[in-house]
Design a protein around this ligand. Structure first.
Ligand code: ATP
Length: 505
């Protein structure tokens, strides 16, 4: 009995030590090293970028696949990131870590490498030579299928912004989940126009074969134009959510030259919206290092054909001063106008923001709007949000703000401004760079008067141009005039400098 205790107790203690410490782990590691020495291995390197600095799709797929493996949890070092949902936590393999996977009874290892010189990341697949023929192709197909499955499940739209930082090596974009809640339902816009755009996007999605047949790149370019705060950015968000496309927002001021812009394009993915906001200010103020031809090439040059199923969106406050070559079909397929708030738009905002379908003050608001639109949806929306606890107060504020803003554009003032504006147009044209239309013989598209099958704002380029709805040109002009005198609230410093330039003349 004594002998029994003498052997069993130390054995139990030893077992406990082996199980609770890393001895077993070290032993397993030695065994694996020994096993490795007995086999011949084949290595396959998957760099993150190819020679054209384009992202290697296989790298992305492998990264997504490996991060979905349960064994990521058992790795020595794993990054933790919060997910989309408030209580979600994602485990992401660290750049210095390796991972072992099993497929069809074979053991494969992935080594995560970083080149010190180029800061380029790569995955290296280590596979036994004996298993290579049997499993390599099916394994890669398995990764591809899993990636598609994960992407389907993920359905997470991401927002990419361009970076210019050596720390990131060849990587030119960083991204965050795109969580903007705007949808086509929440954007206030003429219903007919909204339906036309939705139908156009749906047709685009189904048209891959058509584009191939006619020898065109499967992409579409939109111009959204209108005063500040009329919903252009919100509409882009609604488009991204509708299409479930990632958004690549290009800040041209961070782009050093044309080849830099090409690299950016090469690193975008299919199924994406490529957005340049305030293109007019880049063209007019030359606040980018890019030449005019570089911007034109970007819009429909040979590089814009890398990848497919993409939509390019450009926004402008006004396109009056823009050279028509920028706006020609191919560069811009559809022009969408975002007007200031009219009574119908006001009612939609009152319904969504205040829950009001009708109110005793509505006739008074309508009467106000009959004198013309002077407030942007952003301004009205802000009044309603700040006063949502008291709808009557919100409506009274809308009325008084509308009245005070209207007074700023009195007939005498407007006439005065009109005269100055015409001379300004000439001056601005002579002062601006080459691509701004100098000659007023090129009339803005609204003025051509060609009737469109399209509702106001959605202008089919060149061949179909919209008839100016009575008052539309007036509204735009009034807004331009007000901007000219700096009478409206100016949101960005870029816009400020534009207005300042004009008023100085
Ligand atoms: N048509 C609209 N429908 C719904 N909300 C709108 C609309 N227009 C503006 N808003 C509201 O006003 C705010 C500003 O709008 P947004 O940034 O989209 O305007 P913008 O035209 O892009 O302005 P900017 O040219 O200054 O960038 C947003 O928070 C949005 O909710």
């Amino acid at each position: 009995m004594f002998m029994y205790f003498l052997t069993i107790i130390p054995l139990c203690c030893l077992l406990k030590i082996v199980l609770k410490t890393s001895i077993l782990h070290i032993f397993k590691k030695w065994l694996r090293l020994l096993e490795d020495k007995c086999y011949v291995y084949q290595f396959y390197k998957v760099p993150q970028f190819n020679h054209n600095i384009q992202e290697n799709q296989l790298y992305r797929k492998i990264s997504t696949y490996l991060n979905s493996l349960p064994c990521v949890e058992d790795n020595n070092f794993t990054n933790l990131f919060s997910g989309n949902k408030s209580n979600e936590i994602n485990l992401v393999l660290d750049a210095s870590q390796n991972i072992v996977d099993n497929f069809l009874g074979a053991r494969v290892a992935w080594i995560n490498e970083k080149d010190e010189k180029t800061s380029q990341n790569s995955f290296v697949l280590k596979i036994r030579r004996n298993d290579k023929r049997r499993i390599l192709r099916p394994y890669l197909q398995h990764i591809h299928a899993k990636f598609e499955e994960i992407e389907q499940r993920r359905k997470e739209v991401r927002l990419f912004v361009n970076i210019n930082d050596e720390l990131y090596g060849n990587r030119r974009w960083i991204s965050v989940p795109f969580t903007h809640p705007a949808t086509f339902e929440t954007v206030v816009m003429e219903q007919d126009l909204k339906n036309k755009i939705k139908a156009d996007l749906e047709t685009f999605l189904k048209s891959k074969q058509h584009y191939i047949r006619i020898g065109r790149i499967w992409k579409r370019n939109y111009l959204l134009y209108g005063s500040s705060g009329t919903g252009k950015s919100t509409f882009i968000a609604a488009m991204a959510n509708f299409l479930n496309y990632d958004v690549y927002n290009i800040d041209l001021s961070k782009v050093s030259d044309e080849s830099d812009l090409k690299v950016l394009l090469l690193q975008t993915m299919s199924k994406s919206l490529i957005v340049i906001e305030d293109l007019d200010s880049y063209l007019c103020n030359k606040s980018t290092a890019l030449s005019f031809s570089a911007i034109l090439n970007f819009m429909d040059g040979i590089f814009s054909c890398c990848g497919d199923e993409r939509i390019m969106i450009f926004t402008m406050n006004s396109k009056d001063q823009i050279d028509p070559t920028v706006l020609r079909p191919g560069r811009i397929d559809h022009h969408i106008h975002f007007p200031l708030c009219d009574f119908n738009a006001f009612k939609s905002l009152a319904s969504s923001h205040l829950g009001l379908k009708d109110h005793k003050l509505f006739p008074q608001v309508e009467e106000n709007f009959q004198t013309g639109s002077v407030l942007s949806p952003a301004e009205i929306s802000e009044i309603m949000i700040s006063n949502r606890s008291s709808p009557s107060r919100a409506l009274k504020l809308v009325i008084s703000t509308h009245q005070s803003n209207s007074k700023l554009v009195s007939p005498t003032t407007s006439d005065k401004i009109k005269t100055i504006q015409s001379s300004n147009e000439f001056n601005v044209a002579s002062k601006h760079p080459l691509w701004l239309s100098k000659s007023r013989s090129v009339r803005p598209v609204e003025e051509t008067g060609e009737s469109g099958m399209y509702p106001q704002g959605l202008i089919k380029s060149k061949s179909v141009r919209p008839m100016v709805e009575s008052g539309t040109f007036g509204k735009e002009s009034v807004n331009e005039l007000r901007k000219f005198y700096g009478l409206i609230r100016i949101k960005s410093s870029r816009k400020k400098s534009l207005d300042f330039d004009a008023s100085e003349k």
